[in-house]
Structures are given as structure tokens and as C-alpha cells.
Design a protein around this ligand. Structure first.
Ligand SMILES: [Zn+2]
Ligand SMILES: [Zn+2]
Ligand SMILES: [Zn+2]
Length: 929
């Protein structure tokens, strides 16, 4: 007779194969239909808010793996907060203005570009941004990210633009903003100033030249030994095109300089660099004499002649002069460098930059006017040679700033720009204080942003482009003074809120300024408007004002800003300065950063290396769930690796979690929680043990979520699944589940326990395995209080009554004993004493204390060891014992179990064969039938 029919074998529709790429879209449609995000919001009403403010991605192109990673981390956090008892909203945002879109639109417009109006072009930019934000929105939703996708914030909506105008006005009116001539990063091909964050450092070949500046002053007044000599100071530069703008030469006050007589003239260089310099000048073999040595301070205030122009060059002292390279005498062009500018300011030098927007010399520069600066390098070198000023020349490979958009090398150029001063209202000091009040995760983020704020120059906020928010400033036509008041600001903000920033471009100044406005200085009534627009980093930097302070349910400061760790320089930074500059505090309480996606070897992904993995490829091949698992499994505070191999490993891990869930579901087919859930107190001891373990898992996982350590969430659950459940608890349970009477206490105890475990696991995994947790949830037995979606459930709480450390300690010993016994059984299997472990009869000899534990758990042990019988003896074992090295005094003997094998449960027993109707069954099975 076949007794298979009498076993309670698992039954489930839950598929083994996940088929994620196919099933996920169905799940998304279901959530959309039930309006899952709104439902979560509704349930969360009244709970403590937790506000993560989305950093807006740029509305251009498709999302890449890094963007997907960022959105998934945010989604895990928001979902976890909601399930941990918070009210956590997620309002996604997009950054819509700026050069990249304007570039694309320029390209698409081609020749038509010149013929259309400013606002026609702005309209094209708006349409372009709308198109890509729609594309990206669908891509983000596909990842399983929940949020208010129908009402995102966009930096180009009228109300956002109005808020941006208002924030600029606030800063202007409180005296933080000024217009000044200052060197800024300038891209000549994009014809715009660039922000710090828009500059990339890349390798660049540059000419390296040495030039002498002949003294006009009588040097012998300071260094008498140089009387009667023709004396020059030697400088070094890698930007020959800045020589026409040279106004000074800087020395270090304390460095020792040498005046060297060589080939009939005297050259001054740093003493320490003398040999290297002579080598570089190609005169290392010439006889020379050091006429004098002196400190840099000796030459301060003397004057040289400019090598190309009819002009003086001032000898001054500067602390940034080093002996790393060059001559120790530094060429200073205040219009073309930050340090040069600061030094020039100190010495009353002009901000001279004879270069126009196209990067060409102005007519001020004789011989080179109209020439592009990089192209003029050679001609300048030739001219220096001709005048005899060139000492040496070479080529150099160095890192040089490039434009992030067009990838061209940029220049530093002094122009009229708008700035937010770091000093005027103590912005730097206040920002540093605000940084200390924020929690930075990881902690090094604090030092990083501190260092940047400590050293940054004033924030250049003006751009000479079209697609952005205008700098709303009026000028008096008669006296040229700036005009902005609270009243004018309010008027302009109102216009922008109503008609968008376009209003600034298509209206005359007279229509933008309140009627009857007069210049307070000269009384004139005729005005001009500013044509520059704001830096896009200013746009996104005001999101705390435009979004957090405006929307219902949001507030500034919020709980969390969460972006890649390049944003210490970008969005965290601009948001901080804007908020501190207008509100005196940071807009966030916590800032969490993640690293960047790199390949399996830790290399940056790039098209040229051919190692780019697209998020869409992963979704198509494995499903978004695997992408989500990858995000959770990696420690994102470092750079995050991805490769085929890593993904395959995750797919395998996913399968194990899925199969564990499936096994449990299969054994709950006849379990109705309302009727069959055996009370905790009546359950078997092993079930109490696994429920104790579950409490530990709940505690650890909830802590890990609380600390944003999602990889700890993953590993804790994964280990629980594979180690505790799959290879131990569930394996042992099979006999009890399959062979016991369906409604028996033993089986119901196991079912109730498994049901609770799977419920908790689905809840704990839901923020990460958003799709699979839901699939499991839907397959779980229904109860009256079961939420319609796992995402509407809350995390399980640790049940203190089920935390049983003493019981856990006992079971730790029993499980350790199981692994020792397994070794003995394995030896017996190899010597063909037994085949399956159920063939075994195990005899244990143990010291007194352990023995009493074993004796009270003899039946548990038989089940735990998955053998036919366990005997516990006092004293030495007769035959071939296995002596444990792990548990002192434990000896294990394995023999073939006596009696007959039961055809139903495969356990050997003396009782098998005693029943005439069922001669192949054991008594246990007979009782069960
Ligand atoms: Zn450029
Ligand atoms: Zn005036
Ligand atoms: Zn049996």
C-alpha cells in the first residue's frame, strides 16, 4: 500500500520561479489601482512625521544605475520609516533649468536658434525638460519606488520660480549679495561662468615656460652686491596666455633666494631650486657665480618691467609660494586666478583680465587681440623669445579644470558677476556652526563639508544664459545704481507666480516695476533690468523654501537629505548656504551620503572602458527586485560594486529566501490562523526556540533600519533564512509536518510558528524586496486583521514574553550537539553502516550535567538529529565512538537502527510490522492515521 496519500505534503500555488521581469509590472498595476501611496498616507495620519527631502535629479536623459541606487535607498528608508510607525512622505523632485538642457535645445534648433525669441527658446527648454521628467518618472516607478508621483516638485513651475526669485531678493535685501568683478571659472565654448560643482579635473597637456622679468628698480639698494648688474627675476607658468595680464611677481617672505650671475646677467630664483632651474633653462653647463643670497622679504615692493607690455610688474610677498616646482617666484595675474586675485586685492592691484566671453584677447592686448587664448599660447611664447624674455620651454601633462558639459578646458577669468558673500553677514561662520548641529552619516561627511565651506570663495550665482530663473534686479538708467526694495520684490514675485519667470524676459522694465517707482538716488523713472540668470545650484538650493516650507505635511528643517557623496560640494552645500543666509540655520537635521557605482574590480564605470551596466538591463534580465536586493546588500557608504558575478550571487540569495518562503507557504495550505493557531504557551519547545530567534532577528533588523544599515537588514534576514530556518528548523520540522495527524498539536504548533515567522519576514523585508514580500503576503492565509498589502502593515514588535534566553542557551547546546552527531553519522555513512540519517540509531555518552539536559530532551533530540532513535548512556561507549573535540566529554556512537523501516515515515522501529492490517507501518504512523 502507498501511504504517500496519507502524508500532509506541502501544497502551494506560490511559484518556485520568480519570473520577476514579467510579474513586477502586474504588481505595479495592482498597487496603482489600489492607490497604495495614498493608502499608506491615510493610514499614517497622526503618526510622528519623518521627512526625507528628495534631491532633484536633472531632467535630462534616462536614469542610470547610480540614479536608480539613490532612489532605491531613499525608498527603502521611507518605507521602513512608515512601517516603523512614522508618517513618512516622499515628494520626488526634478531640477529642470540649466545649461545641459539649453545646450540640447540649441542643438535641436540649429540655425533657427538665432531667429526665435528668448521666450520661444525657453518654451522649447520647458518641453524638453517635461519630456525627460516623464520618462524618468516611469523609470523610477518601475523600480517599485512609492511616492507622490502625480505631484512632484519641479524647479520650473511658476510657484517654484517665484520662490527662487523671492529667496534671491531676501539675500539681496539683507546685504549678502553683491555685484563684483572677480575671477570665475569660465567656459569659453559654453560662454558662461561655471560653479565649482560644474568643473571636472582632467589631464591636459600644457606648455611650461620660464620667463624673466627685468628689474626697473635699483636692486642694489636692497642687495648692494648687485650694483651695476643687469638683474631679472625668473618666473614659471603653464598658462602663457595669462602673461599679458601679469601685474606682479610673488616671492615667499622666508625662502632663501639666490642671485646667480650667468652668461653676463643676473637671474634670481629660489636657492633650493637653482640646479633644477638652470637645467630647465638649458644652461646647466655654463659657468656661474652666486653673487648674493637673501630672503624673499628683501625684494618686496621693487618693480620689474612687463616682458611684453609697457607696464610695471610689482614684486610682492605671498604665503602660497612653494618650492614644489618652478622657480620660487610666482607670476601673478589677478584677473585670472583665485589666489592671484586675493593677493592683488591686498596690494591694490587691478582685476585685469583682457579676455572676452569667447575666450579671446580684447583689443587691449597688442599683437594678440581677437585670438583665442589657448591658441595664442605659441604666439606668446614666440614673442617672449623674440624679446629675449624666454628662459626655457617644455611641455607638461597636468590635471586642469574642464567644463562638465562640453569637456573643454576652461579658463579663470575676471568678469562682472553676482556673488553671495561668505563674509558680509558672517555666512561662512554661521554655516560652519550650522554644520556642527547636523548629524552627518557617515561621520566624515562633516569634515568634508566643513573643509569646503571653510575654504570656498564667495558664491558666484550669475550665469549669462537663458534657461533659468532671472536675477531680478533693476538699474537706474540715469545714475546706474541698483534698485531693489521689499515692495519691488513683492511685486516681481507676484508677477512670476502668476506668469512664470518668462515674464521677466518678455516685459519691459517699466512693466515689471511697480508704477510710479523713482530712483531713490536721482529721482529718475527710467530703468533697465538685469539679463543674467541664476546658477541652477541656487534653484535647487532653495527647495527647502519652495517645497519644504510650502507643502502641507512638509517642514524645514526636515529629517533627512540623502544623496551621493559628491553633493557635499553640490546640493547639501548650496542648500546649507541659502538656508543659513536667509534663516540662520541648516534645512536638514541629518545628511546621509552614499558612494558611487563601480564595476566588480572597483573601477569607475565609463563608456570608454566598456564596463557600464545599465539599470534597465538588470531590470529586463532579473527584475527590479534584484536591483533592490543589490542596493540593500552592499554597504553603500563605500563605493558600490556591481558585476555579472555579484548579480548572479544575489539571484542565488534571492532564490533561497524565496524558496524558504515557499516551503512555509506550502505547509500552511490547511492552516486557518483564526481556528488553528495554537496559543504560544501550548507549543513545542523547539518552536519556542525559533520564536526566540525570531525576536532577536526583529530587534536586529529594526535597529539596522533605524541606523540606515540596510546591508545588516539583508544579512540578518538572509542568515536567519538559510542557517536557522532552511538548514535547521524547517528541515527538522518536515517529519512533524508531514507525518503527524493534520490537526495534531505537534503540527499545529509548527504551523502557527511558521505562519508567525513568515508574517514577520514579509514585513521586515517589504522595504527591500518590495515585490516579493507582497507576493508572499498575498499568498498567506487570510485573517480578519490582515492588511490588504504588506506595505500597509507595520513592522513586528519584539515580544518580550517570547524572549527566552535560558531556553535559547539550552537549544544552543542541543544544536551544537547536532552538528557533532552529524559528523559521527557522516563517518558511519562513509563506512556504509547507514545510508540516510534516518537509518541511524545514535548513542550519546556525556558528562553528568549535559546528560540530564539530553535526557529531558530525548524526543527533541531524535527529531533534531533526524535519526530513528537516540539513546543516552552513563559511562563509556562500547563500539567505535566519535569523541567530540567541541563538547568536552561527549562521545557519539552510530549503529544501524534495529527494527523495521516504516513505509510512511521512514523511521525504523520495533513497532513496525506488529499491525496485521498495516504491516509496514510504525505505531506512531498508525496513531496518526
Ligand atoms: Zn563648456
Ligand atoms: Zn538714479
Ligand atoms: Zn511511521
Amino acid at each position: 500500500m502507498d501511504y504517500k496519500e496519507t502524508l500532509n505534503l506541502p501544497k502551494t500555488d506560490f511559484p518556485m520561479k520568480a519570473n520577476l521581469a514579467l510579474r513586477e509590472p502586474e504588481m505595479l498595476a495592482r498597487w496603482e489601482a489600489m492607490r497604495i501611496y495614498d493608502r499608506i498616507r491615510l493610514d499614517a495620519k497622526g503618526r510622528t512625521p519623518y521627512i526625507l527631502h528628495d534631491g532633484p535629479p536633472y531632467a535630462n536623459g534616462s536614469i542610470h544605475l547610480g540614479t536608480a541606487l539613490n532612489k532605491i535607498i531613499k525608498d527603502i528608508l521611507v518605507k521602513a520609516k512608515n512601517m516603523a510607525g512614522h508618517d513618512s512622505v516622499y515628494v520626488p523632485g526634478w531640477d529642470c533649468h540649466g545649461l545641459p538642457i539649453e545646450h540640447r535645445v540649441d542643438k535641436e534648433l540649429g540655425d533657427k536658434k538665432a531667429a526665435i525669441s528668448q521666450n520661444e527658446k525657453r518654451r522649447s527648454c520647458r518641453i524638453y525638460a517635461e519630456k525627460y521628467l516623464d520618462i524618468q518618472r516611469e523609470q523610477f516607478k518601475r523600480l517599485g519606488v512609492f511616492g507622490d508621483w502625480e505631484h512632484p516638485y519641479l524647479t520650473m513651475t511658476y510657484d517654484y520660480e517665484a520662490a527662487t526669485v523671492e529667496e534671491f531678493g531676501k539675500l539681496y535685501l539683507n546685504g549678502s549679495v553683491y555685484k563684483g568683478k572677480k575671477p570665475v571659472y569660465w567656459c569659453a565654448s559654453c560662454k558662461t561662468a561655471l560653479a565649482e560643482a560644474e568643473v571636472e579635473y582632467r589631464d591636459h597637456r600644457a606648455p611650461s615656460i620660464y620667463v624673466k622679468f627685468l628689474f626697473i628698480s635699483d636692486v642694489s639698494e636692497r642687495v648692494p652686491k648687485l650694483a651695476g648688474e643687469r638683474v631679472s627675476v625668473a618666473i614659471w607658468t603653464t598658462t602663457p596666455w595669462t602673461i599679458p595680464a601679469n601685474l606682479a611677481v610673488a616671492l615667499h617672505e622666508e625662502f632663501l633666494y639666490a642671485a646667480v650671475k650667468i652668461q653676463g646677467e643676473v637671474l634670481i630664483v629660489a636657492r633650493e631650486l637653482l640646479d633644477r632651474c638652470l637645467d630647465a633653462f638649458g644652461i646647466a653647463n655654463e659657468p656661474y657665480e652666486i653673487v648674493a643670497e637673501f630672503h624673499g622679504a628683501a625684494l618686496e615692493g621693487l618693480k620689474c618691467r612687463h616682458p611684453l607690455a609697457e607696464r610695471e610688474s610689482l614684486l610682492l610677498l605671498a604665503p602660497f609660494v612653494t618650492l614644489d616646482a618652478g622657480t620660487g617666484c610666482v607670476h601673478i595675474a589677478p584677473g585670472h586666478g583665485q589666489e592671484d586675485y586675493e593677493t592683488g586685492m591686498k596690494h591694490g592691484l587691478d582685476n585685469y583680465a583682457p579676455v572676452d566671453d569667447d575666450g579671446c584677447f580684447t583689443k587691449d592686448v597688442k599683437d594678440f587681440a581677437g585670438r583665442f587664448v589657448f591658441a595664442a599660447n605659441d604666439a606668446i611664447i614666440a614673442k617672449l623669445k623674440e624679446t629675449g624674455a624666454l628662459l626655457g620651454q617644455a611641455e607638461l601633462q597636468h590635471t586642469y579644470p574642464h567644463c562638465w558639459r562640453c569637456k573643454q578646458p576652461i579658463i579663470f577669468r575676471s568678469t562682472e558677476q553676482w556673488f553671495i558673500s561668505m563674509e558680509k553677514n558672517n555666512l561662512r561662520k554661521k554655516a560652519l556652526q550650522a554644520i556642527d548641529g547636523v548629524t552627518w552619516i557617515p561621520a566624515w561627511g562633516r569634515d568634508r563639508i566643513r573643509g569646503m565651506v571653510e575654504n570656498r570663495p564667495d558664491w558666484c550665482i550669475s550665469r549669462q544664459r537663458l534657461w533659468g530663473v532671472p536675477i531680478t534686479m533693476f538699474y537706474c538708467k540715469a545714475c546706474e545704481s541698483e534698485l531693489m526694495t521689499q515692495e519691488i520684490l513683492g511685486h516681481v514675485v507676484g508677477l512670476v507666480r502668476e506668469r512664470g519667470a518668462d515674464v521677466w524676459f518678455d516685459q519691459n522694465p517699466g512693466d515689471l516695476i511697480p508704477a510710479g517707482t523713482r530712483c531713490p538716488k536721482c529721482g529718475a523713472e527710467d530703468f533697465e533690468k538685469e539679463t543674467d540668470i541664476l546658477d541652477v545650484w541656487f534653484d535647487s538650493g532653495v527647495s527647502h523654501a519652495a517645497v519644504l516650507e510650502q507643502r502641507d505635511g512638509l517642514v524645514s528643517p526636515c529629517d533627512m537629505y540623502l544623496e551621493g557623496n559628491d553633493q557635499h560640494r553640490g546640493w547639501f552645500h548650496s542648500s546649507l548656504l541659502e538656508s543659513v543666509g536667509t534663516r540662520g540655520r541648516a534645512p536638514y537635521r541629518n545628511v546621509l551620503t552614499h558612494g558611487f557605482v563601480v564595476d566588480g574590480e572597483g573601477k569607475k564605470m565609463s563608456k570608454s572602458l566598456g564596463n557600464v551596466i545599465e539599470s534597465q538591463t538588470i531590470i529586463d534580465q532579473y527584475g527590479a527586485e534584484i536591483l533592490r536586493l543589490w542596493v540593500a546588500a552592499e554597504d553603500y557608504t563605500e563605493d558600490i560594486r556591481v558585476s555579472e558575478e555579484i548579480l548572479k550571487r544575489l539571484v542565488e540569495a534571492y532564490r533561497r529566501i524565496r524558496n524558504t518562503s515557499r516551503f512555509i507557504l506550502g505547509n500552511l495550505y490547511d492552516f486557518d490562523p483564526a481556528k488553528d493557531a495554537l496559543p504560544y504557551a501550548e507549543r513545542l519547545e523547539m518552536d519556542h526556540w525559533i520564536l526566540h530567534r525570531l525576536q532577536e532577528v526583529i530587534r536586529r533588523v529594526r535597529e539596522a533600519y533605524e541606523q540606515y544599515q540596510f546591508h545588516m537588514v539583508y544579512y540578518t534576514i538572509y542568515n536567519f533564512c538559510t542557517v536557522d530556518l532552511s538548514s535547521l528548523y524547517l528541515d527538522v520540522l518536515k517529519d512533524r509536518l508531514y507525518t503527524s495527524q493534520a490537526g495534531s498539536l505537534a503540527r499545529r504548533s509548527a504551523q502557527a510558528t511558521m505562519w508567525e515567522i513568515l508574517t514577520a519576514m514579509a514585513q521586515l523585508l517589504a522595504p527591500i524586496l518590495t515585490f516579493t514580500a507582497e507576493e508572499v503576503w498575498q499568498a498567506m492565509p487570510a485573517t480578519l486583521d490582515k492588511a490588504e498589502s504588506v506595505h500597509l502593515a507595520q513592522f513586528p514588535e519584539v515580544d518580550a514574553a517570547r524572549v527566552q534566553p535560558e531556553l535559547a542557551e539550552k537549544w544552543k547546546t542541543l544544536i551544537a550537539l547536532k552538528s557533532e552527531a552529524a559528523k559521527a553519522i557522516e563517518t558511519a555513512r562513509q563506512s556504509k553502516v547507514v545510508g540516510h540519517s534516518l537509518d541511524a540509531d545514535v548513542t550519546l555518552a556525556a558528562p553528568e550535567q549535559l546528560r540530564s539536559l539530553l535526557e529531558t530532551h530525548r524526543e527533541d533530540l531524535r527529531a533534531l538529529l533526524i535519526v530513528s532513535a537516540v539513546r543516552i548512556v552513563d559511562g563509556p561507549l562500547a563500539s567505535a565512538p566519535y569523541l567530540s573535540s567541541e563538547i568536552p566529554g561527549l562521545a557519539v556512537a552510530v549503529e544501524r537502527a534495529p527494527g523495521e523501516k516504516c513505509h510512511r515515515c521512514w523511521i525504523y522501529s520495533e513497532t513496525t510490522g506488529k499491525n496485521p492490517t498495516h504491516p509496514t507501518l510504525c505505531q506512531r504512523c498508525l496513531d496518526a492515521l
